[in-house]
Design a protein around this ligand. Structure first.
Ligand SMILES: Cc1cc2nc3c(=O)[nH]c(=O)nc-3n(C[C@H](O)[C@H](O)[C@H](O)COP(=O)(O)OP(=O)(O)OC[C@H]3O[C@@H](n4cnc5c(N)ncnc54)[C@H](O)[C@@H]3O)c2cc1C
Length: 466
C-alpha cells in the first residue's frame, strides 16, 4: 500500500487530529538521540497518536492486513535508532497517552498508560510515600513505556535493579491486533509464578513483539534518608578496589559512580566553579535508607575509602550533597563541550563489563581514543560495571566520522572480549544489532523464532534488536 493511501486510511480511522503526515512533521520523527540516526535519518509514512487500547488495536489490525510496519515510540530519547521507521512504516507516538490510572498504595503498585514521563510518575507516587526506583538520566523526558520496552535503569541499579524487577503485568496489543494481559488478567499479586513469564519477555523487547498499552508497576517505600560520599584517587586502580572493599564490608550503596580524569577535566572546563580535584579518578557513593543506617554505612564507606583515596568527604547535609554531586550531574553536558569544533556523540556509550575489569576497560578505551585521535570522556555506574564513554567529534568532517565509527566498533568488541556486553541500559535498537550473534550464539536463533511466533509478518519495528 502506498504512503498516501496509508495516510488517508489512518485519517478516516482516527480523525486528522490524531495523525501527522506533512513532510516537515515527519522529519522530526526521522531521528532519535543516536549518532546513527543523525547519519541516516528515516522519515515514517505517518505518525499516529492513539489515545485508547481500541485505537492501537485498530491501527495494528490495519497494519497487519496491509503488511505495513509499525514502530512504537515514547519520547524518542533512546540512543539506538529503536523508534525510527528504518524500513518505512507508521510511527505510533504513545507519549501523549499519559494517564496515571491508579496508585494502589495499599498493594504497593500503580497502573499507568505508556506515555507517563518517569519524573512525573515519581512526583505522583511521592504523595503516597512511594517511588519507582529505576532512575535514568533522561527522567524528565523519557516515558515509562519506553523504559519498559528498553528495560531502562540508571545509577540506582546497584541496589534497586532495573525496570524489569518492577513490572508486574502488562496489557499488550499484538501485531495482529489481539490484546493480551500478562502477569494474570485480574491479578494484583506482587509474586506470581503462574504460566510462562510473558511479562519478562516483553520487558526489553524494544517494540519488536507488540505495543505496550498499560503497565502495572511495583512501587517501593521512599527511603527516609540519603547521604553522599566523594573519594578522590591518585591511582585509577584504587577506585574499583574500593568498590569491592565496600561490598565486602556488607554495604550496598544505592549508587556508585566514577569520573575518570577525562571527565574531571571536562567538568572543570565546563563549570570552573565546581573545581573538582585534579585526580586520576573520583568515586561518588550514594547511600539511602533509614537515618541511623545511612550514617553507619556512610561513615564505614569513609573509613574504607580512606585506606586508598587521597581524600574522602561524607555528608548528609542537603546543600553539601548537591555540591558534591554537581560534577556528576553535569558530566554528560560537559562531555559535549570539550571541543569547540565538535560535540559528543551517542554511539559507543553504554558498555557493561565485570566490575573487576573496569580499570582495564578505562585504560583500553583511552588507548583506543589515542589510536584514532578522538577525545573520549569516560564516566559511569561503576557499582554495576556500566561505563559511558563519550567520543567527541566534529560530525561535519567525513574522515573523522569514519575514524569514530571504527573506534566505536572497537569499544563494542572490547566489551565482549572483557566478558561484558555492548549495552548495559540503553538497548540494542539498530546500532548494536550486528553484535547480537557474537553475544548470543545459538540463543539468537531462538530469539528469532520467538519473534516469528509473535509477529509472523515481521511488521513490528523491523530491523531492530535481533
Ligand atoms: C540524556 C539522556 C540520558 C539517558 N540516561 C539513561 C539512563 O541513565 N539509563 C537508561 O537506561 N537509559 C538512559 N537513556 C536512554 C533512554 O532515555 C531510555 O532508554 C528510555 O527508557 C527511553 O524511553 P523513551 O520514552 O524515550 O523511548 P523511545 O526512545 O521512544 O523508544 C525506545 C524503544 O522502546 C520502544 N517503545 C517505546 N514505547 C513503547 C511501547 N509503549 N510499546 C512497545 N515499545 C515501545 C521503541 O520502539 C524503541 O525501540 C538516556 C537518554 C538520554 C538522551
Amino acid at each position: 500500500m502506498d504512503k498516501i493511501t496509508i495516510q488517508k486510511e489512518l485519517t478516516d480511522m482516527l480523525g486528522k487530529d490524531a495523525l501527522l503526515s506533512e513532510e516537515l512533521d515527519l522529519m522530526y520523527y526521522s531521528y532519535d538521540s543516536s549518532f546513527f540516526t543523525k547519519l541516516q535519518p528515516a522519515s515514517p509514512y505517518a505518525v499516529v497518536f492513539p489515545k485508547s487500547t481500541e485505537d492501537v488495536q485498530k491501527i495494528m489490525q490495519f497494519a497487519y492486513q496491509n503488511d505495513v510496519n509499525v514502530i512504537p515510540r515514547g519520547a524518542g530519547t533512546a540512543e539506538t535508532g529503536g523508534s525510527i521507521a528504518l524500513e518505512g512504516g507508521i510511527v505510533m507516538d504513545l507519549s501523549k497517552w499519559d494517564e496515571i490510572l491508579e496508585v494502589d498504595a495499599k498493594n504497593m503498585q500503580t497502573i499507568i498508560r505508556p506515555g507517563v514521563v518517569h519524573a512525573k510518575l515519581n512526583e505522583e507516587l511521592a504523595k503516597f510515600n512511594l517511588f519507582f526506583p529505576p532512575d535514568p538520566g533522561s527522567s524528565q523526558m523519557c516515558t515509562v513505556g519506553g523504559m519498559v520496552a528498553n528495560n531502562a535503569s540508571g545509577l540506582r541499579a546497584v541496589k534497586y535493579g532495573t525496570t524489569e524487577q518492577y513490572v508486574l503485568g502488562l496489557e499488550v496489543v499484538m501485531p495482529n491486533g489481539d490484546i493480551i494481559i500478562t502477569g494474570g488478567m485480574k491479578s494484583r499479586a506482587i509474586k506470581n509464578v503462574s504460566g510462562l513469564n510473558l511479562t519478562k519477555l516483553m520487558v526489553g523487547s524494544e517494540g519488536i513483539l507488540g505495543v505496550i498499552t498499560r503497565i502495572r508497576l511495583r512501587c517501593f517505600p521512599k527511603p527516609r534518608a540519603r547521604g553522599i560520599a566523594m573519594a578522590v584517587y591518585d591511582k585509577l586502580d584504587d577506585a574499583p578496589a574500593t568498590v569491592l572493599d565496600v561490598y565486602q564490608a556488607g554495604i550496598l550503596p544505592s549508587g556508585i559512580e566514577i569520573l575518570d580524569n577525562s571527565a574531571i577535566k571536562a567538568v572543570n572546563e565546563f563549570k570552573p566553579h565546581i573545581n573538582l580535584p585534579d585526580a586520576e579518578a573520583i568515586l561518588l557513593f550514594e547511600v539511602d535508607g533509614n537515618p541511623a543506617g545511612v550514617e553507619f554505612d556512610g561513615n564505614l564507606i569513609k573509613e574504607l575509602a580512606g585506606k586508598r583515596a587521597r581524600s574522602v568527604e561524607w555528608s548528609t547535609d542537603q546543600q553539601r550533597m548537591t555540591a558534591l554531586w554537581e560534577g556528576r550531574a553535569v558530566t554528560a553536558t560537559a562531555a559535549a563541550r570539550v571541543r569547540k569544533d565538535g560535540t559528543r556523540v551517542f554511539a559507543g556509550e553504554d558498555i557493561s563489563i565485570p566490575i573487576s575489569r573496569v580499570t582495564e576497560v578505562l585504560r583500553r578505551i583511552k588507548e583506543l581514543g589515542a589510536k584514532y585521535n578522538i577525545p573520549i570522556v569516560n564516566y559511569g555506574h561503576i557499582g554495576d560495571g556500566n561505563v559511558h564513554s563519550a567520543p567527541v567529534i566534529n560530525p561535519e568532517i567525513p574522515e573523522e566520522v569514519e575514524r569514530a565509527l571504527k573506534l566505536i566498533d572497537e569499544i563494542h568488541l572490547l566489551a565482549i572480549e572483557l566478558e561484558g556486553t555492548t549495552t548495559g541500559e540503553h538497548g540494542v535498537g539498530a546500532v548494536r544489532r550486528r553484535y547480537a550473534s557474537l553475544e548470543h550464539g545459538t540463543a539468537l536463533d531462538y530469539m528469532r523464532k520467538t519473534k516469528e511466533a509473535f509477529d509472523p509478518k515481521g511488521i513490528m519495528n523491523p530491523g531492530k534488536l535481533i
